[in-house]
Design a binder for this molecule. Structure first.
Ligand code: PRP
Ligand code: URA
Length: 212
């Protein structure tokens, strides 16, 4: 039975559960893995976007004037390289006008600390709704560091979206960034002594890009 965490929302959906099983299966090849990541990302995006704010606009139908809606801000997706890239197309299908920034972080496999190697985000990111995307929330080191970078650039309106979250990573993010809501497709049991999530799905980047 998974623990309940404030600010952590588990997406409870049968199609997500089915596709998380595809991701976990060691025999799933990269092309099937990527397709499952994309489908889960579609559903995550729909759930996350339920809270987006709207402003009213006046438009004309072919028959008369009426009031419609547009998003109150730009949405910026920020995948953490490299594994986060696999989730971008699924999010863009639901939010096609979102901009996409990138943060390059590589976890040092000995210290488990994240090392930054790339950062590029849109200029108006401080006034945008930002969805930080990384399939794995393990120790939480990469996620917490990515949020630090974004907050230093003035980001205030921020959500973290992942596929598999470990309790250790959820606790770290919520203690260092209690203002950031986390959405996940699965909450797993624990980390092993190498910082891998159990039962998990292995190395998400390697499974996505076939670099095992
Ligand atoms: C993976 C994953 C996260 C990080 C999670 O990336 O995509 O960014 O590990 O681990 P943490 O919560 O303990 O920091 P990795 O560093 O393996 O890089 P990759 O995406 O290039 O494979
Ligand atoms: N990064 C991954 O890709 N998988 C894990 O289980 C932990 C960190």
């Amino acid at each position: 039975m998974a623990a309940n965490f404030a600010n952590f929302s588990l997406i409870d959906h049968p199609l997500v559960k089915k596709d998380v099983t595809v991701l976990r299966d060691v025999s799933t090849p990269p092309e099937i893995f990527r397709a499952a990541v994309k489908r889960i990302s579609n559903i995550l995006a729909v759930e996350i976007c339920k809270d987006l704010k709207l402003t009213e606009i006046e438009i004309e139908t072919p028959l008369e004037k009426t009031t419609g809606h547009k998003l109150a801000y730009d949405v910026v997706l920020v995948p953490v390289l490299r594994a986060g890239l696999g989730m971008v197309s699924g999010f863009l299908e639901i939010i096609p006008d979102a901009k996409v920034g990138h943060i390059g972080l590589q976890r040092d496999e000995t210290t488990l600390k994240p090392i930054e190697y790339y950062y590029k985000t849109p200029k108006n990111i401080d006034s945008s709704k930002v969805i930080l995307i990384d399939p794995m929330l393990a120790t939480g080191g990469s996620g917490a560091e990515a949020i630090n970078y974004l907050k230093k650039r003035g980001v205030k309106n921020l959500i973290f979206a992942c596929l598999v979250a470990a309790p250790e990573g959820i606790k770290k993010l919520l203690s260092e960034h209690p203002d950031v809501r986390i959405f996940g497709a699965a909450q797993d049991r624990e980390l092993n002594n190498k910082g891998y999530i159990l039962p998990g799905l292995g190395d998400a980047g390697d499974r996505t890009f076939g670099t095992l």
